[in-house]
Design a protein around this ligand. Structure first.
Ligand code: FES
Ligand code: FE
Length: 464
């Protein structure tokens, strides 16, 4: 195998990857490849909807947070008019970053270089010595901060997109919206972000986080063995295989795992009475409430790089487990490094005691120092290193799980294409399939931005 670097070589490898994925194989050389990383920057992160912030992070006029989109720093701010906007954190004079802090409240952003000053709606309000050096006629409207062209909110989650022609967010999400409702709309008051998102850097390609969360229930008993031994997870080797593994459109996917038989896990993820009693009313239907009743674990990825986890985990093997919800974003820094952003969210209407217990579950498990988080991070770092080099980079990785073996779960009450076991890899194949499709020279990303896909991209499906 040659070192992949040349433009033609990388396109050949991508084409080979598309072909082999249909048979459940992926060239290892695609996992953490520097040329793939450059293509992704344009063709994935320049075209797809991406999570920026939760609306409760900017509740008041003037509240702002600094985030990233398309490789650049972005200010997400609620203007004096109450509207949330997202704009480049970049002065229109020389490009100086206006926000030096990650969050705050301000009516104006003043550039620290020459003092151009912008309202929190993005319009240019003041230019030092304007009359003398630019003249009274200067059209300040022309020099507003550059807005993210598309900004939409689903269930309090604010997404931005750099492709003006992209389909509306709700169409991009497709059936994922139904499952987002399941985890975000348990109460009328919705969710609130508690504290600031935790951030840390891992020497791992970003896709390994997305791949894990989109469908990998299979690793639980091995990677998180120490948690099992501590009594934080059931010891039954099949416990994380409870249905279902659900494939959706556009590279999105998730697992909704049930309470394992014989496990002393309470219904409704042990959410407190004030949440459970109002579920059907808050959801607006009984189907979501019924699904939550038998669920213990929900994990998923919204393509490309937002994952979520709503899970019930105990403190030890004696106390009752408490649920928690986290959203996490895998921000690519290079082909072999990412910054993880991790938000903790909780039902606004829940009482303070539950909020605190839920937060503690998060910190213990999937916060920056959480036991599960540490296990996963080490594995992804190891895959990034383990797929490098002429020999390892030339091999095929096995993505065959479930092919020709698993059946569709016809009893499933939610949308999407469910499989009867959580131990499956169709979601992972479709995640990589969507990614490779966007990276091809002939891919639809080049001309018109991402198009919606209703069906499996990777051909070979499970036994019907
Ligand atoms: Fe911002 Fe000059 S760079 S005012
Ligand atoms: Fe894990």
């Amino acid at each position: 195998m040659s070192i992949v670097g040349d433009k033609n070589e990388i396109q050949q490898l991508i084409a080979a990857g598309q072909e082999s994925l249909a048979k459940g194989r992926l060239p290892a050389g695609l996992v953490a490849n520097a040329e793939v990383h450059k293509l992704e920057a344009q063709r994935v992160f320049g075209t797809c909807w991406q999570f920026l912030a939760h609306e409760t992070e900017v509740p008041e006029a003037g509240d702002y947070v600094v985030r990233y989109l398309g490789g650049g720093s972005i200010i997400v701010v609620r203007g004096e008019d109450g509207e949330v906007r997202a704009m480049a954190n970049s002065c229109r004079h020389r490009g100086t970053q206006l926000c030096r802090t990650e969050m705050g409240n301000t009516s104006h952003f003043r550039c620290p270089y020459h003092g151009w000053t912008y309202r929190n709606t993005g319009t240019l309000a003041g230019v030092p010595a304007q009359k003398e050096v630019y003249g009274v006629e200067m059209d300040k409207n022309e020099w507003s901060l550059t807005q993210v062209p598309r900004l939409e909110n689903y269930g309090g989650l604010i997404f931005g997109c750099l492709d003006e022609k992209a389909a509306p967010l709700v169409d991009y999400l497709g059936d994922m919206a139904w499952y987002l409702d399941l985890i975000t709309k348990k109460t009328q008051g919705g969710l609130e972000v508690r504290g600031e998102p935790q951030r840390w850097i891992i020497d791992s390609n970003w896709k390994l986080g997305a791949d894990n969360f989109v469908g990998d229930a299979y690793h639980t008993l091995m990677t998180h063995r120490s948690a099992v031994e501590l009594g934080l997870a059931p010891p039954d080797p099949k416990f994380a295989s409870q249905p279902a593994h659900i494939s959706l459109s556009n590279g999105h996917g998730l697992g909704v795992l049930g309470v394992p038989p014989g496990q002393p896990m309470p219904p409704f993820m042990n959410y407190p009475r004030e949440v459970v009693d109002g579920l059907a009313e808050a959801y607006g239907d009984q189907d979501h409430a019924d699904m939550l009743q038998g669920t213990a674990f929900i994990h998923g990825t919204i393509f490309p790089n937002l994952s979520f986890l709503n899970v019930l985990i105990g403190k030890d093997n004696k106390s009752m487990p408490v649920p928690m919800l986290t959203f996490r974003l895998w921000r690519p820094l290079s082909h072999d490094a990412m910054e993880v952003w991790s938000w903790f969210l909780v039902e606004k209407d829940a009482d303070e005691e539950f909020k605190q217990q839920s937060y503690e579950t998060y910190v213990r498990t999937f916060g920056i120092s959480g036991v599960f988080e540490q296990d996963d991070a080490e594995t992804w770092r190891s895959i990034t290193a383990g797929t490098q080099g002429l020999l390892a980079g030339s091999q095929m990785l096995n993505f065959e799980m479930g092919m020709g073996v698993l059946t569709s779960d016809d009893t499933w009450k939610g949308p999407g294409r469910p499989l009867s076991s959580g131990y499956a890899e169709r979601n992972q194949r479709e995640f990589w399939g969507r990614l490779l499709e966007l990276l091809t020279d002939s891919g639809d990303a080049n001309e018109t931005g991402p198009q919606l896909r209703a069906q499996s991209l990777t051909g070979a499906d499970e036994v019907a």
